[in-house]
Write a protein that binds this ligand. Structure first.
Ligand SMILES: NC(=O)C1=CN([C@@H]2O[C@H](COP(=O)(O)OP(=O)(O)OC[C@H]3O[C@@H](n4cnc5c(N)ncnc54)[C@H](O)[C@@H]3O)[C@@H](O)[C@H]2O)[C@H](O)CC1
Ligand SMILES: [K+]
Length: 550
């Protein structure tokens, strides 16, 4: 699983690598970092031979990495213009040492060392060089960046972005794209293009992924991301255990969503109860149930308020629908019937289209206090339970809550700005206080384990999924995953549901276009997504088809 770190964790790792028992020379770590970029970007670009490269080196250690890169790509046949943006005397010892080595290689033909542009003529020359080159390497700022870009970096970044937009160059970022905060993903100057961040085609980052490379808006600046261990001692990378966060990738999901045993039956794959809806929003209930059906649930029961039932019965034959009571929303009087039935359920999901009537809150409180199966709470269930931390926490981590950002703000009491400043910390804090597994829906969606506090950052999904009903489908999917054969815990089920939901959205984007595909269509491609997940897994010999197939 790919770990995600903060700048402080990286600095700590650096410190132990250099000054602890490992006693690694700083100049070696920088050498490894620069070499890793030359190698990985070279492989990605089909080699350096004959390429014209403009390389910007900032005044910190990110710039020091740049001096190493210059030396390696020169040896590999590139011609390179190196802009040295710091003063020699201000560089760290290791960066200055690498600058000295590079200075010995400088010539008029293949390696020109230049200082920061000042006059109009300097800027025009820079523009010309950018347009004439094929690759730009950004070694301006890495994990040391914060705030908004100062000059001359802001103007250099604007020139690089303009050259890239003109289709002239490929942009490679060293460790972080300049202007992206490595801890938060916040970018220089927000939405203003003027002093905005650099947009890279590829980023080679060191040691571990940085949060700013997986959280938006920074993630959109990074392009293709590769992580290089740069020779850090293995135990140090393993030690990034304090407040760990991980990127969820296909290989992680393939490990938890294992193929079914051939002798399984519908009882093996769970009885999923979706208890939700109101007459105004019957569709939400149906979409949640459909999400469960398409995720392979053994049986799906939909229980809706009595007056809502006529809109749901017969819409989809595989969903077993029954009305409870006679109203158009649930009330406390309906709870006993649900509680009695729940003894036969693997999991209960509530919330989509539930409505926010005070009587429905009474119903929810009564049901939650009595049922023993795992519960998924979404949408209006979250709004109604906003003040009920003690009841939720008393359920011993047997709940998954799936708020989007606005719902999360309402229940947590945090402002949007507070959440966006550090979503990983906000999500982790909430899951710990409420003792729940949390799915904080957004771009990207975060999942927090109630048991461990580990945070998982989803890597699938796209903006086409920003439409009503997608969350309802996800609720049903997560519920079905809880009952999936071999699923180890609620957090794993939440991770699987979130990842597969996003992957299904990505498949729809490919088939239908960037937006306009529906939540039901998204659920419908799930079997194909599951097929691609199983493709890489060798089936046990007894599960392989006897005739044909692979
Ligand atoms: N294990 C590793 O990860 C290694 C990382 N290396 C590289 O070192 C950088 C981090 O180096 P550091 O010197 O701490 O920071 P930066 O080079 O990113 O920048 C510091 C520099 O930036 C100035 N600055 C900050 N904010 C702004 C701003 N808004 N506008 C302009 N300038 C700004 C600040 O004043 C400092 O002068 C890491 O990313 C890796 O690339 C090692 O080489 C190997 C080990
Ligand atoms: K950089």
């Amino acid at each position: 699983m790919q770990k995600i770190t903060t700048a402080a964790q990286m600095r700590n790792m650096d410190r132990i690598a250099m000054h602890g028992v490992y006693a690694m020379a700083p100049v070696v770590l920088m050498e490894n970092a620069g070499h890793a970029v030359a190698e990985r970007a070279g492989a990605w670009l089909d080699g350096w031979d004959g390429k014209d490269v403009v390389l910007f080196c900032g005044k910190g250690n990110n710039g020091g990495d740049g001096f190493v890169i210059a030396r390696h790509i020169l040896a590999a046949g590139a011609r390179v213009y190196v802009y040295v943006l710091g003063k020699e005397e201000d560089y760290s010892d290791e960066a200055r040492q690498h600058l000295h080595t590079l200075q010995q290689l400088a010539d008029e033909e293949t390696c020109l060392l230049l200082s920061a542009p000042q006059s109009d003529a300097d800027w025009q020359l820079l523009q010309k060089r950018l347009l004439a080159s094929s690759v730009v390497i950004d070694a301006m700022l890495g994990t040391g960046f914060h705030g908004s870009l100062r000059q001359p970096l802001a103007s250099i970044v604007a020139e690089v972005n303009a050259a890239a937009a003109a289709g002239a160059v490929t942009v490679i970022a060293v460790d972080m794209p300049t202007g992206v905060n490595s801890d938060t993903g916040a970018v220089s100057n927000g939405d203003d293009d003027e002093d905005g961040p650099l947009f890279a085609d590829m980023t080679v980052t060191f040691g571990a992924l940085k949060r700013g490379l997986v959280l938006y808006p920074g993630r959109a600046c990074a392009g293709h991301v590769e992580v290089d261990p740069i020779g850090m001692p293995g135990p140090l990378l393993m030690q990034l255990e304090e407040n760990p966060a991980y990127l969820l990738q296909e290989s992680d999901i393939a490990e938890i969503v294992v193929p079914r045993s051939p002798d399984s039956h519908k009882g093996t794959h769970g009885t999923i109860a979706i208890v939700t809806g109101s007459s105004q929003m019957a569709g939400a209930a149906l979409m949640a149930a459909h999400g469960a059906v398409r995720s392979g649930a053994g049986k799906v029961f939909l229980r809706v308020p009595g007056a809502t039932a006529p809109y749901c019965i017969g819409v989809q034959p595989e969903i077993m629908v029954r009305g409870v009571g006679t109203g158009d929303h649930f009330t406390a009087a309906d709870a006993d019937e649900i509680i009695a039935e729940s003894k036969n359920w693997s999991v209960l999901a509530m919330g989509p289209g539930l409505g926010r009537d005070a009587e429905t809150k009474e119903f929810l409180l009564k049901v939650l206090a009595a049922v023993t199966c795992p519960v998924v709470l979404d949408a209006d269930a979250l709004n109604l339970l906003a003040g009920e931390k003690a009841l939720i926490a008393s359920r011993g981590s047997r709940i998954i809550m799936t708020p989007h950002l606005a719902e999360f703000s309402r229940i947590s009491g945090l402002s949007m700005a507070e959440i966006k400043a550090d979503p990983i910390a906000a999500a982790r804090q909430f899951a710990s206080e409420w003792k729940v597994n949390l799915v904080l829906k957004g771009a990207p969606t975060l999942i927090v384990s109630a048991k461990t506090g580990n945070v998982y950052v989803n890597s699938t999904g796209n903006a086409g999924m920003a439409c009503g009903g997608m969350g309802d489908v996800l609720t049903g999917m997560i519920a079905a995953m809880i009952a999936h054969q071999g699923m180890s815990d609620l957090c794993s089920a939440a991770c699987a549901g979130v990842y597969l939901h996003g992957a299904a959205g990505d498949a729809c984007r490919k088939d239908h276009g960037p937006y306009g595909f529906t939540p039901m269509e998204t659920a419908d491609v799930l079997p194909q997504v599951l097929a691609s997940l199983e493709e890489d897994l060798a089936l046990p010999i007894l599960q392989q088809p006897l005739i044909g197939g692979k």
